[in-house]
Write a protein that binds this ligand. Structure first.
Ligand code: THU
Length: 133
C-alpha cells in the first residue's frame, strides 16, 4: 500500500473515532475501510447499557460498506484512544476475514504509530466461506 493511502485511512479513522459512543469503557475507536473501487466507509464503537449489545468500530464500518453494496474490502484502518496500538478484537477479525483473507489491517493509536498486518495473520487458520465446502 502507498504510504499516502495508509496515512489518509488513519486520518479518516481518527475523525470517525470522534463519533464513538463509549460511555462505559471510555475507550473510543474509529475505523475506515477501503474498498476495491476506492470508496471508504467509516465506523466507530457504539456501546450500550446492555454491554454485549455494543458494536466495535471495525464491524460498524464493514457493515456500512457491505450494506452499500461494497463487499470488496481491501484494507481497514483502526485507531484507539490510547498510545497502545489498537488491534481488532477476535469477533472483528472473524467478521473482516469473511470479506477478504488478504485484507490489510492498519492498526494505530493516538500517537500515529502504526503496524500493518494481513487479516489472515491476525486470524491464522481462520474459518471462512470456503470452509463450508
Ligand atoms: N473496540 C473496538 O471498537 N474495536 C476493537 O478492535 C477493540 C475494542 C471497542 C469495543 C468497546 O466499545 C471498547 O472498544 C472497549 O472494549
Amino acid at each position: 500500500m502507498k504510504t499516502e493511502t495508509i496515512i489518509s485511512l488513519i486520518e479518516t479513522a481518527t475523525k470517525a473515532r470522534s463519533h464513538a459512543y463509549a460511555p462505559y469503557s471510555h475507550y473510543s475507536v474509529g475505523a475506515a475501510v477501503l474498498c476495491g473501487d476506492g470508496s471508504v466507509f467509516t465506523g466507530c464503537n457504539v456501546e450500550n447499557a446492555s454491554y454485549p449489545c455494543g458494536i466495535c468500530a471495525e464491524r460498524t464500518a464493514a457493515a456500512k460498506a457491505v450494506s452499500e453494496g461494497n463487499m470488496d474490502i481491501t484494507a481497514v484502518a483502526v485507531t484507539g484512544s490510547t498510545a497502545e496500538i489498537c488491534t481488532p478484537c477476535g469477533m472483528c477479525r472473524q467478521f473482516l476475514y469473511e470479506f477478504n483473507e488478504d485484507m490489510d489491517v492498519i492498526c494505530s493509536g493516538i500517537d500515529g504509530d502504526f503496524r500493518i498486518y494481513k487479516i489472515k495473520e491476525l486470524l491464522p487458520h481462520g474459518f471462512g466461506s470456503s470452509s463450508l465446502g
